[in-house]
Every structure is written in structure tokens, then in C-alpha cells.
Design a binder for this molecule. Sequence first.
Ligand code: TXA
Ligand code: MG
Length: 589
Amino acid sequence: MPDTATEPRRTRVVAVDPSRPDPAAIREAACCLARGGLVAFPTETVYGLGADATNGRAVAAVFEAKGRPQDNPLIVHVAAPGEVRRLVRDVPGKAAALMRAFWPGPLSLVLPRSSVVASEVSCGLDTVAVRMPNHPVALDLIRQAGVPVAAPSANASGRPSPTRAEDVVADLGGRIDYVLDAGPCPVGVESTVLDLSGPVPAVLRPGGVTVEELRGVIGEVLAPVPPAAPPQLPGGAATSGVEPGAPSQPVPVSGGACPPAATPARSPGLRHRHYAPRARLTVVLPGREGPGREPVARAVGDLARAELGCGRRVGLACTRETAAFLSRAGLLPGTQEKLRRKLRIIEWGSRDQAAQVAARLFSALRDLDRMGVEAIVAEGLAPGGLGLAVNDRLTRGAVAVVDLEQPGARGTAALEPETILVVCSGNTCRSPMGAAVLGDLLRRRGGRRREFRVESAGVRATDGLPASPEAIQVMAERGLDLKAHRSRQVTSEVLSGTRLILTMTQEQKEALLSLHPEVADRAHTFKGYAGTPDPEAGEDVADPIGLGVEAYRRAADEIERAAASAAERLLSAPDLAGLADHPGEEPEK
Ligand code: TXA
Ligand code: MG
């Protein structure tokens, strides 16, 4: 075993049958643990990364391997309730009652810490969290190691917790000594953390044992404080608080502006980002009663379409009921061939079976990441029982949350016009022509159900100039009026709220992105987006300025060809207003 935590380690993966664990298979890992090594092991909740809780150096190595912030304490795992006595200064009656009721099981109890526990475990706190896991491999490992085992979830800090050995290896391979592989963890969300060190027991983290179950044994229990409440945006959109560095933005629920990829922190109060897949995660919470299947399905489908409309590969993690409703109503974005290729769907269980969803929660997020999606839309559960833990994990990993219980969140299907910005240099010829042609096509082809607003601007524009006379003439020949057009420079304000930005040349796109890198995910060349580049000019629409009216006509022809394909692509994302066209389509009961 290496001397320092930073040295690479050879990670051995040992398969163990959870129904009949072979003690010999576990022995080596247990010896390694007792000598100060790092061993990942299965519990009923998630895989843990174990170290001897009495060995400060070993515990420090756990923080290092995970990249875990130094102020987030670890849970100490024991193989029998009696082992808790020497780890804590006092075992109150309520703690004993809870151990009898729920141990071994997914409940961690925060009690006053004794000096046996390395202070590194508790990050300087006077308390320690203890738990006896309900997994034969974990219990045998702790017994054979002969030491209490400090173990956080065995993921790289910030990532979804690992519920399979391969998730552990993906995050921590080369940084730890052993992984005991006993297959998937049955519960799937971590233990409930209950603070018994204060006057009234308080749930710090909802988990495998529900608040209702705890109250059934010890009476009064303070419920967990939910993650930062999502402020509602006009038009039924909502966001959660977002941690520093998180790529976050309000996500319009109504298929409006494209969610930008990166913005400054909105909620610096939240110190640590948790459970986050690599893809940007947006969560729909159905509210306490569950508003019925239709609004949830609408919001889930609408968000997925908004993300697809931004050109992202999208993963949908939703209940069986929502998937069924969306597909029966013809509302799944995947019903169109073009979009199906960009959409992955994981049904993670019935909305009435929170245990199914919990068991699949983290692995689904990781699977969607592995499939290469760029955005995930996930459906939460009614916030009772295990649903509370599911929603907690989803919300903490999300960049945006749509809570259907919040006023204003309903009616999410009301469509805002979607703004498209056409960009050239001076905003007097090509981009006003492009905006006029595309806007006209979308109006005629999209009908009333799909509203687009097409505007234009220039990367090197002087504000307030009219369109060039040739541009006005050539557009008039096509029945389009540019006389009222006035040029304007591209600014952050102009860009904000745009769903798609189309430049006339590659160079303009680069100029735009050097000034506004935040729009990289929605900026394309007009011809590139339309899929109509030609061998000579590539993705550029040549500048007709000074070349006479014929050159303008050629540019207008090129723009028209590109606009026709672009309009088709834009309109191929079906919208939710379509639901109103299928009154016979009742949601499943
Ligand atoms: O199910 C689980 O609990 C898994 C498995 C491996 O046992 N472990 C786990 O550990 O989830 P971790 O480190 O990912 O989460 C531990 C949680 C954190 O929220 C931490 O802040 C809290 O427990 N915690 C630990 N010790 C504490 C203490 N002394 N006071 C308050 N909170 C504590
Ligand atoms: Mg964790």
C-alpha cells in the first residue's frame, strides 16, 4: 500500500457473492483495511469507501481519494450495535430504540463522539455519525478488519453515489486498494442521517428509513430542510439554487429560450455540489398530491423538447407512467426519427413504487452520462416516504428544478415565442434578409401553435442604420418588407433569451463566440444548422455588399434554401400544445 494518499494505487476488484459471501475472498481486503488501506465495499444503500476510523492518516486518505471537502464528516460503520458504545460518549434511550428497530439498516445516528474515533472522521465536530449496514459483505468486512470503518459513499466528490462496483472503479480506480464487488445495492439511496445530539431528533439527510418510520418509533422528529427552494420564473419556469461553478440557468418549461450553458453562481450559500451527473440535470417535481399524470408528463416532455431544440443530446429519466402517457399521446420527442437519435429514455420504475425509483436513481444518471447525453430531464416523486430522499438527491444534483406545487408552475405548456437571432457583420444586408425569410417561413409553416420570433443583429454593427437599398429591393421582390429595419450590435442583452443563433459565416460565429462564449451551445452558422453547406463557399453566405443587386439576389437564394431546411429542423420538435389537439387521449389512471 502506498505511503501517501496521492501516490497511485493498484485497485483490485474482488467479486463476492452477496447471498453466500466467501470469508476468504474478503479476508485480504479486511487486512488491507486494518493496515490503513482504502477498501470500497457494498452496503444495502450505496457502495462505501472504507478506512479504519481510528487511524487519522487512513481517514485523511479517504478525503484525498474522493476529493472530498474537508468539512464534510464521515459515517462510521459497525458490525453490531454493541460496538457503538466505545465510539460515543453516550447512547441515549432513543438511539437504542432506533438501533433495535432499524439496525442493521439505512439509518445513521449522530451522537457525541468519543476519543476512539479519529478527529479527521468528524472534521473537528464533537459528534460522530454511526451506522450498522444491512449487507452481509459489509458486515463480514468490518468483522474481519476488527476496526470501526469510516466510509463515505465511494464516488468522486460531487458525482452520483455508486450503486455498482463499476461506478466505483470509474470514479476511484487507481486511487484505492480494493473494491469488493457484490453487484448492485438494493436500496440505492444513502442512509437517513438523524441527529440525536440536540434536544429534538432532527433528520439531516432523508434516506432509506423514512421520517414517518422514525416518528413511529421515537415520536417527535424534525423533518429535513429541503434543498434551496426553486424560485419561479415568469411563464411557469423555475430554477433551484445553484452552487458555485454549476452550469446553471433558468430553464423555460415552455419551450422558450435556450438554457445557456454557463452563468455565475446564484446561490453561493450552498457549499457543496452533490450527486451531479456530467450532463446538465433538470428535475420536475410533481408536488405533494401529485398533480396528476398529465401535467408532470407535459412538463417532462416540454423540458426534453426544449433541450433537444437547443441541439443537445437528451436523456429522459422518468416513471413508467409518464413514459407511457407521453408515448400514447404522441408527445415523446423520440417519435420523430431525427430526434429519436438524440434522445435516450430510462424508465426508472412506477411512480407509486418509490423503492424501485430509488434503487435505479443513481445508476440511471450514470448510465445516461455514459450514453453521452448532454442534458438530463428527470422526474421526481411525491415527497412522502422514500420519495423525499429521491427528490433530495435529484434536486441537489440539478441545475434547474420545476416544482409543479409552486404557484405559477402549472400551465407549463403555454408556449412563449421562441427567439432566433440571425447574425452577420453590419446587420444591414444578410442578417436582416435571413431574419425576414426565416421568420416568414416559420410563420407560414408553423401555424398558430408554434410561435417564433426571428430577429437580427451584427457582430460589428453600428446601431440604427437602415437595411441597404439592395437588400430592401430584393426582399420586396419576395413580398417581404425591410424598410423598418434598423441595425444593432450583438450584446449580452440581445443574446439573452435567444434559443438559437445563426451566423452568416464561420468567421462571424467565431467573432461572436470570442465575445460571448456563453452562447456556444446555441450558435451555428445558418447553412451549418440547415445542413446546406456547398462545396465552394462551405458554410458561408458570401457578402454581397458593393457587388450590385444580382449578388444580393444570389445571397437571398442561398438564404432561402438554408431557411427552408432550418425551418423544417425547428418545426420537427413537436410542441406540447399538440396535447390540446388530442382531447380523446386521457392520461392513464
Ligand atoms: O448510506 C450511507 O450512508 C452511505 C453508505 C456507504 O453507508 N454513506 C454515505 O456517506 O452516504 P457520505 O459520506 O456520502 O454521507 C455522509 C453524510 C453527509 O451528509 C455528512 O455530512 C453526514 O452524513 N454526517 C456525517 N457525520 C456527521 C456528523 N457528525 N454530524 C452531522 N452530519 C454528519
Ligand atoms: Mg456521499
